[in-house]
Design a protein around this ligand. Structure first.
Ligand SMILES: Cc1ncc(C[n+]2csc(CCOP(=O)(O)OP(=O)(O)O)c2C)c(N)n1
Length: 580
């Protein structure tokens, strides 16, 4: 991080604050805060008010924010200067006044080593701010500029939205603190002076600025976890609009004529991505796990991307959103649905590609018992009233990639808040305790070993659970990562094979146990277990290397089939610009 990096990033931050509507800032003298002060002063839309005492500065900002009803920025140097803002920050929190506190700080290497004017500023104001961000030190690249633009907008909207109040961004800065050359132009901001991302506050009946729906839109649905209503509303809207519905099974929305089950495969093809770029993306629920989907969304520069996000979940790691609406997704989708599809050919093109991918997957997988096949079959085997609890690692990814689109669909749950493999068995038992229908857990061997004590619920609480254990003796997911080539440490420290015999665990905890050697045997074992009273562990053995190779084969074959179908002209009639 050079002075140029600091100034480029801070100029983008101030530009976005101004685009959002910030008009006043308060400064105090100091050295470390120089880049922040100069960036604020040089932003023509922001009027800067100078104060010697930070305590006065904070209260002055408070008064300006009260009168204007808009967030006011305050900056100061590091150390006790930042602590002197505390009284005004606390008053602003109590009185619900929006402030954006920009404290300067020493970079990580100068903290707690005797550098001057350095105190611990991380979460300095405790619970008296609505949001704290340790901004960190960054090189000014296009992605980091996009990120800081989104961050500035989020700070602005967070201070203003819901219960208004202060937000705190702590900004470490490295010397030199002044520039020795002119600052280059930065064209990363949105065209026509719009903020990078807008957050519509309140609950307008129709998101402001929406006119007719564009011809080419998509709906992305992820985990929602607030009942099953979204699982009905998203397919209904997608069908009526003629928009493809890219729904993670965790959303409960992977069904209906618009559902595209194999988006994870389709979006691996760059030409498909380019050809099927939408004008509008509507996101509901969390962002799905699929990396190709996330990468595609990040690269869609010209699309309007909006989130219907009543809980301020801000699911946007690549800073791609153009607007976020504090709007109930069910209501908004109902409100926005047209009477007939905007362009039926658009959905037909997606459908045809999805069908091609589905046929290719079925052909490649055959009927050999494998990890993807288990995820795929579970989608068809489980009745509508059942719940499938899916462990992190490959199970949640395989379910996203291979679960079919179809009705009736079982409810799918997973611990995806923090993506841990811990506690999965216990969570599945908890789901079983509270569920009216049967519960099936799909889990890998490491995750099961991690929470093996959770099986105690089978004996002590006498709960019914069907555990489908994919045992590939270690973490199969790591074979998909570059670390797999680090032969000296990979097996022992990353893959962690253990050789556990889970039949013994079943006996210890009073569970039934079956080892399934074929698809038919697995289906029958699951069928028996769903009827049974207790807990059954049904083990499927797999090999990590073979699983990696199979996933690659599935992906390669599907992409080949997709290209062949494009060149056969199936897609061309819908999207003439395709050239595959
Ligand atoms: C609590 C916790 N510790 C470690 C990890 C890192 N981690 C992610 S996947 C994984 C291996 C999981 O292996 P397994 O459950 O056998 O599933 P597989 O990878 O074979 O599908 C680990 C250790 C994590 N996500 N959570």
């Amino acid at each position: 991080m050079t002075a140029t990096d600091s100034y480029l990033l801070l100029r983008a931050l101030c530009d976005e604050l101004a685009r959002c509507g910030l008009r006043h800032a308060c400064t105090s003298p100091g050295s470390r805060s120089t880049p922040i002060v100069l960036s604020l002063v040089r932003e023509p839309r922001i009027r800067c008010w100078s104060h010697i005492d930070e305590r006065c500065s904070g209260f002055f900002a408070l008064g300006a924010a009260k009168v204007s009803g808009r967030p006011v920025a305050i900056t100061c140097t590091s150390g006790t200067a930042a602590a002197n803002l505390a009284p005004a920050v606390i008053e602003a929190f109590q009185a619900r006044v929006p402030l954006i506190v920009l404290t300067s700080d020493r970079p990580p290497e100068l903290r707690d080593v005797g550098a001057g004017q350095t105190i611990d500023q991380v979460k300095l104001y405790g619970d008296a701010v609505k949001w704290f961000v340790e901004v960190g030190v960054h090189v000014a690249t296009e992605p980091s500029l996009r990120w800081i633009r989104a961050l500035a907008c989020r700070a602005y909207w967070t201070s203003l939205g819901g219960r208004p109040g202060p937000v705190h961004l702590n900004l470490p800065l490295r010397e030199p603190l002044v520039l020795d050359q002119p600052l280059a132009q930065d064209h990363t901001g949105r065209r026509d002076g719009r903020p990078w991302v807008r957050r519509a506050l309140g609950t307008p009946t129709r998101p402001a600025g929406w006119g007719e729906l564009p011809q080419h839109g998509v709906v992305i649905a992820g985990r929602y976890g607030r009942g099953e209503e979204l699982g009905r509303a998203a397919p209904r809207f997608a069908e009526r609009a003629g928009y493809p519905l890219l729904a993670d099974p965790l959303s409960g929305a992977r069904h209906g004529p618009a559902a595209i089950a194999h988006y994870d495969l389709l979006l691996r093809d760059q030409r498909f991505c380019d050809a099927m770029a939408p004008e509008l993306v509507i996101r509901v629920g969390d962002l799905p796990t699929s990396k190709p989907l996330r990468g595609w969304l990040a690269r869609l520069r010209d699309a309007e991307q909006i989130a219907l996000d009543p809980e301020s979940a801000w699911q946007d790691p690549s800073a791609a959103l153009t607007a976020s609406y504090a709007e109930d997704p069910m209501r908004a989708l109902q409100e926005l649905a047209p009477n007939s599809p905007v362009d039926p050919d658009w959905l037909a093109a997606w459908r045809s590609a999805d069908d091609t991918a589905g046929e290719s997957i079925a052909q490649t997988l055959g009927d050999e018992l494998s990890e993807p096949l288990v995820a795929w079959k579970l989608g068809g085997w489980l009745p509508a009233g059942a719940t499938l609890f899916v462990a992190s690692s490959m199970p949640v990814r395989d379910v996203e990639q291979f679960f079919p689109a179809g009705e009736p669909a079982p409810r799918v749950l997973s611990n995806r808040g923090a993506n841990g493999i811990d506690g999965t068995v216990s969570s599945a038992f908890g789901a079983a305790a509270a569920s009216d229908g049967p519960v099936v857990l799909l889990i890998g061997d490491v995750a099961l070993a991690h929470d093996i004590g959770g099986l105690l619920a089978a004996r002590r609480l006498r709960l019914a659970l069907t555990i489908v254990l994919i045992n590939n003796d270690g973490g199969g997911i790591f074979h998909f990562l570059p670390v797999a080539a680090e032969a000296d440490a990979f097996e022992e420290h990353i893959a962690t094979p253990h050789g556990l015999r889970f039949a013994h665990a079943a006996a210890l905890y009073g569970c039934d146990y079956e080892l399934a050697h074929s698809v038919a045997a697995l289906g029958a074992a699951i069928g028996h277990s769903l009827e049974a009273e207790g807990t059954t562990i049904i083990e499927v053995r797999s090999e990590r290397e073979h699983n990696l190779e199979l996933h690659r084969r599935v992906s390669d074959a599907a992409l080949l089939a997709l290209r062949a179908s494009f060149s056969a002209g199936q897609q061309r009639q819908h999207r003439p610009e395709l050239d595959l």
